[in-house]
Every structure is written in structure tokens, then in C-alpha cells.
Design a protein around this ligand. Structure first.
Ligand SMILES: C[S@@+](CC[C@H](N)C(=O)[O-])C[C@H]1O[C@@H](n2cnc3c(N)ncnc32)[C@H](O)[C@@H]1O
Length: 390
């Protein structure tokens, strides 16, 4: 959540100015608002009853120039109200596309600037991320190392589909995601030259096994006339999931290799990368790489992006990732997706997006009995990235 200063935590004179700005944002002229900002009114302030900032109030006016003025005056693009909505959601609910774009663009600009100033990603620390794309907690869903030590449970949800929950009852992997995983696999394999009938089969790296849905699909999605993967490397870190892999015999499938441990243990070590690539033709990299971990934030994903030029086959290699960060909020999801696209571009990859609808009926049903919802949007933005052609 964005920095929030509720009543009582700022000095009185600032509080007065803050309240005047909140009121002005609703109906005053641009000149009056600018005067208050120039006088030092804190545009980041959020009120007590609603958690609304001046940007939320201004969003109701549908006057894009006022939003721009407030953002320049220090309003926080991703301040969340008590219902978890940014001012962008207020714009969206009123059909104000122009206002929404101003807030989204400010999000992209401020996140890019933040990352540029922070330098290369450090997956050990989330300090260089501005968007709070994951919970700032040390519970299982918010911290990767805590998650990897936590006890997991496999069961069947009320939708009749298998799921894995962590010790806090959060959904680690839910069977309803299968149609999305299927679309990832289809887009990653169907046109690849090594997946065509008579070809030698693709080399695939999947990071994060979960229920093994995506791995099963990589093995079986294409018709029998197509070759099975020539090599299928799975990196998985949770001991119980590794046991599940052995119980199911996945490690015995032809061409499958399980790397036990965190992806960071393997891919951030240049010597290990060399060994891992030995199974790919000429050591040139994987034909398809997919990442879907748990309890990791944007910094971790960005750190993964930075390794891609070393591990993705440069000519036809396809990278995709589970695009779930920030998915509880439309504006933050849009900024997070754009940020990923720009950071992939920085490391030499072009991204195309495929919009996949998730039916309301499916979304409602699957959440019964699960504590933390992590999906709140009607649509999923599926990324497919390839190395840019020189
Ligand atoms: C959401 S599930 C993956 C679901 C999978 N795509 C499927 O189709 O079933 C995430 C998996 O990533 C694993 N994981 C979490 N952090 C990891 C890390 N740093 N390195 C490797 N695996 C990790 C978890 O143990 C879990 O099995």
C-alpha cells in the first residue's frame, strides 16, 4: 500500500492544508488547487473515513488536467483507499479513459525512474521497488524463504479441482488456472520449429512446478504427431513439491530433469548456467522458458529477466511468465505489465500481449475457503517475449 498518513499523524498546520486540498480537489478551480499545492498542501494525504487522497476526489471530476496538476504536486498514483482502489479505478468506473491513462502513465514513469535510480535488481531485497506488488509481510505468501519452509496442503477445492494451499490458507496453485496455463503452452509451442512433426523436440525450462499443470501440458499439449520435448528442465524449490514430483514419477519421464532448489541458486551463478545449458543444442539456450513461482515480488521477476539473454535461444526462443503481480487492482496490473514490457525491452526482448478472459462464474466459485484472493480482474494479460531481431 502507498504511504498513508491518516489524521493525527501529521502536524496540525499541514492537516489543515491537507483538508483544504481534499475539498478543493472536488470542485475548486485549477488556480485555487495550484495555490494550495504551492503553499505546501500535502497531496499525498489520505482522509480517515475513506482513505481517499486528493487524486481520488479529483478523479470524480473527470478533468484530466487537474489529475496532472495534482500528480505534479506530489499526489501518489497508487495510493489505495479503504477498498484497495487507486484513483485510476475511480476513473475506470466513470469511463474516464483519459484520466485513467494519465494516472497509469505516471505509474509507469515513476516506476521506471525508481528502478533506473536503484540500479540492477537485487532479488535479495525489495527496497528498489516502488509499487508494492506483494504484501510486505514475512508470512508465507509475502516472503519466499518463509514460504519454502512452510507446510503445504493438497486438496480438492469446491470447484472439484486440485489445489495447493500454504500454511496460512493462501492458494499457491489452483486448478482453475489450467485454461491459462494451456494458453501459455499453446502460444509457446505451436509455432516453434523444434515442435513441428519430424523435428527433434523443444528444449524447455519451467521454473516452479506447483501442481505440475504447465509441465503436463508441455509434455502432452501437442498432438502425437508432434515430438515430445527433447529436454524438459524443471526448477523447483519446495521440499514437499519435490516429493510430490517423485511420487508422481515426473522425474522419471524421458528428457525430464529436475533441478532441486531456488532458481536463484542456479541462474545467478554463471558456472551453473554453463552446466544447465549443456542439454540445449550447442549450449545456445532453451527454446521455451516459463516462470511461475510463489511469494516472489517484481524485483525477483526483473532479476529473472536479466538472466534471459544468457539462457534463451536467441533465434526462436520464447519466454513467458505468470503475469499475476498487482492483479488485485486494474491500474496497478496495467502498470506492472507495462513495467515488465519495458524491462524486458531493456534486456533485448520484444513482448506481445494476449488478452485472455476469465469468466466471473469461475472466479467466484474457486475462492470459497481460500483466505487471500489473488485474482480480481476479468482479464489476464498473457506475455510472450522473444529476443529482438538484430
Ligand atoms: C504457482 S506454483 C507453479 C504452478 C505451475 N505453473 C503449474 O502449472 O502447476 C509456484 C511454484 O513455484 C515454487 N517456487 C517458489 N519459489 C521458488 C523459487 N525461488 N525457485 C524455484 N521454485 C520456486 C513453489 O514451490 C511452487 O511449487
Amino acid at each position: 500500500m502507498a504511504d498513508v498518513a491518516m489524521e493525527g499523524t501529521v502536524p496540525t498546520e499541514l492537516t489543515v492544508l491537507a483538508h483544504r486540498l481534499l475539498i478543493a480537489a472536488q470542485s475548486a478551480s485549477a488556480g485555487e488547487i495550484q495555490q494550495l499545492v504551492d503553499a505546501g498542501a500535502p497531496a499525498w494525504y489520505q482522509d480517515e473515513p475513506l482513505g481517499w487522497s486528493c487524486l481520488h476526489y479529483a478523479a470524480e471530476r473527470r478533468e484530466p488536467s487537474i489529475l496532472e496538476m495534482l500528480l505534479q504536486g506530489g499526489a501518489i498514483w497508487n495510493a489505495l483507499d479503504k477498498w484497495g482502489r487507486t484513483a485510476g479505478e475511480i476513473c475506470l468506473s466513470l469511463g474516464d479513459q483519459e484520466g485513467w491513462q494519465i494516472i497509469r502513465n505516471e505509474g509507469i514513469r515513476s516506476e521506471m525512474l525508481h528502478h533506473a535510480l536503484a540500479g540492477p535488481s537485487s532479488p535479495q531485497s525489495d527496497s528498489s521497488t516502488n509499487i508494492k506488488l506483494r504484501a510486505e509481510d514475512k508470512t508465507s505468501a509475502g516472503d519466499n524463504l518463509t514460504f519454502l519452509k512452510s507446510q503445504l496442503t493438497w486438496d480438492i477445492g469446491e470447484d472439484g479441482k486440485e489445489r495447493v494451499l500454504d500454511a496460512d490458507g493462501n492458494g499457491v496453485m489452483m486448478g482453475w488456472e489450467e485454461p491459462l496455463m494451456s494458453e501459455h503452452v499453446r502460444l509457446m509451442t505451436s509455432d516453434h520449429p523444434n515442435a513441428q512433426p519430424g523435428a527433434e523436440g523443444m528444449t524447455i525450462m519451467n521454473v516452479g512446478f506447483g501442481l505440475g499443470i504447465v509441465d503436463r501440458l508441455f509434455q502432452t499439449a501437442l498432438s502425437p504427431s508432434h515430438p515430445r520435448p527433447a529436454n524438459h528442465t524443471i526448477i523447483e524449490a519446495h521440499p514437499q513439491v519435490l516429493q510430490y514430483i517423485r511420487d508422481k514419477g515426473v522425474d522419471k519421464l524421458p528428457g525430464v530433469r529436475i533441478l532441486e532448489g531456488r532458481w536463484q541458486d542456479y541462474l545467478l551463478d554463471p558456472e551453473k548456467i554453463g552446466e544447465i545449458l549443456e542439454c540445449t543444442p550447442g549450449g545456445m539456450g532453451y527454446d521455451a522458458i516459463f516462470v511461475d513461482t510463489f511469494a516472489e515480488g517484481y524485483e525477483d521477476l526483473k532479476a529473472f529477466f536479466e538472466v534471459l539473454p544468457d539462457i534463451l535461444e536467441p533465434e526462436h526462443g520464447i519466454f513467458s511468465f505468470w503475469n499475476g503481480l498487482g492483479a488485485t487492482n486494474a491500474t496497478i496490473y496495467a502498470v506492472s505489465s507495462s513495467l515488465a514490457e519495458l524491462h524486458l525491452e531493456d534486456v533485448g526482448l520484444d513482448t506481445t500481449w494476449h488478452d485472455v478472459l476469465i469468466p466471473e462464474s469461475l472466479r467466484e466459485q474457486v475462492w470459497k475457503g481460500v483466505r487471500r484472493r489473488y485474482w480480481e480482474l476479468p482479464g489476464y494479460r498473457l506475455p510472450i517475449a522473444k529476443m529482438k531481431l538484430m
